[in-house]
Design a protein around this ligand. Structure first.
Ligand SMILES: O=c1ccn([C@H]2C[C@H](O)[C@@H](CO)O2)c(=O)[nH]1
Ligand SMILES: [Zn+2]
Length: 136
């Protein structure tokens, strides 16, 4: 894993900032860009439930706002059990990550529970290349 400790630490730390009063399920995520920068995000729920955003979405937004376009590794931290990215987040990751992008699911102590590639999580995916777009 690339910069394992930094990426895992960023995900477990940001999880503490999660705003999850409705589900009480805190999630932290951190991704590392091809330029080495790390972007964390946490879930932010809303009284209008569907308006809540996932931790991964927050991290992706932070990356894009900072000019990043290529994700090389991701860590997601939920509870004691592995927290697999939801379907929507898998698709969002697909926009900026290749099929061999590693997604590590860790517990709050930082222990890696499961590692999957994005290709395993989202096989036969639809991405920018399907629209003839190679980079944004
Ligand atoms: O990978 C995941 C899975 C769930 N959640 C959030 C959404 C919601 O706030 C809470 C319960 O589903 O967890 C994430 O942030 N990332
Ligand atoms: Zn999600």
């Amino acid at each position: 894993m690339t910069d394992a400790r930094e990426l895992i630490g960023a995900a477990t730390d940001i999880r503490k900032r999660a705003y999850a009063p409705y589900s009480n399920f805190r999630v932290g995520a951190a991704l590392i860009c091809d330029d080495g920068r790390v972007f964390p995000g946490c879930n932010v729920e809303n009284a209008a439930y569907p308006e809540g955003i996932c931790a991964e979405g927050g991290a992706i937004s932070a990356m894009v706002a900072a000019g990043g376009r290529c994700i090389v590794e991701v860590v997601v931290c939920g509870g004691a059990e592995p927290c697999p990215p939801c379907g929507g987040c898998r698709q969002k990751l697909r926009e900026f990550g290749a099929a061999d992008l590693k997604v590590h699911m860790v517990d709050p102590s930082g222990k890696v529970l499961i590692t999957r590639t994005l290709g395993e999580l989202l096989p036969d995916s639809f991405g920018p290349d399907n629209l003839g777009i190679t980079g944004g």
